[in-house]
Design a binder for this molecule. Sequence first.
Ligand SMILES: [Zn+2]
Length: 292
Amino acid sequence: MKKLIPVILLLMIVLTAVVLFTESDKNNDELTIVTTFYPPAEFASQITKEKFNVINITSGGVEPHDFEPSPQDIVKIRNADLFIINGNDLDHWAEELVEENKEINSINLSEYITSERGNDPHFWLDPVHAIDLVKAISERIIEIDKENEKLYIENTDKYIDVLNKLNQEFRVGLANCSQRKIVVSHDAFEYLGDRYDIEIINISGVTPEEEPSAMKLAEISDKVKEYNIKYIFYETLVSPNLANTIAQEAGAETLVLDPIEGLSNEDVKAGENYLSIMRNNLNNLKLAMNCE
Ligand SMILES: [Zn+2]
């Protein structure tokens, strides 16, 4: 038994090396984009269609705030033609990685957002900022594959039209509502709130892991009663326990408001994407805000 352990260890090392070697070998001929979480992967796919292989390294229902990459992820990033980072601490590990490895061709999306929200990383939840991101990603893709520029510009313009329409749907849908305060799971919706005049009450901090104290929970529960808030929002990738506790305590119901930090496996099976989830968010907001 004592001898078996080193053998297993050695086998694991060899297997890892084989995996790494295969990964680095097969990516040579196809154009590849790697992203640190879902929305930039969706935007890149909309622009490139089948011309690039787009890899989101936090797929499969992983929360990007507390993600740590594996050696295989690092190999994928090193072999990619473009590495898309969100910035503002959502993917701090990636910001460090490109700082230390200047040869990685990367784009930091936070540099393309002009806003007064400081270091808040959740700008993709505002469709107007999503358009800024699509434009920035598109320019970098064209730099890499100039040959197909016309196609990328066409795809980009088409998707921007769709995002403009989404912005319009939010504007109209949330224009006449008797409730303008909402309670959300973690502090991800300030850009959305700024854009459409919604006051956000957060249960957790800027990452889902920053849990509130019992006193903070009691305060939120009091606000829910005071402002006659009927629904408490929870997220798909985070436990709904806190939202449930407040809802029970204050006599409210719970509903999903998805920060789109990743698709759950159920989302993927159901064919959900950025647009469909944003529209589902809008419908739930209209219900919670009692809009006409
Ligand atoms: Zn977040």
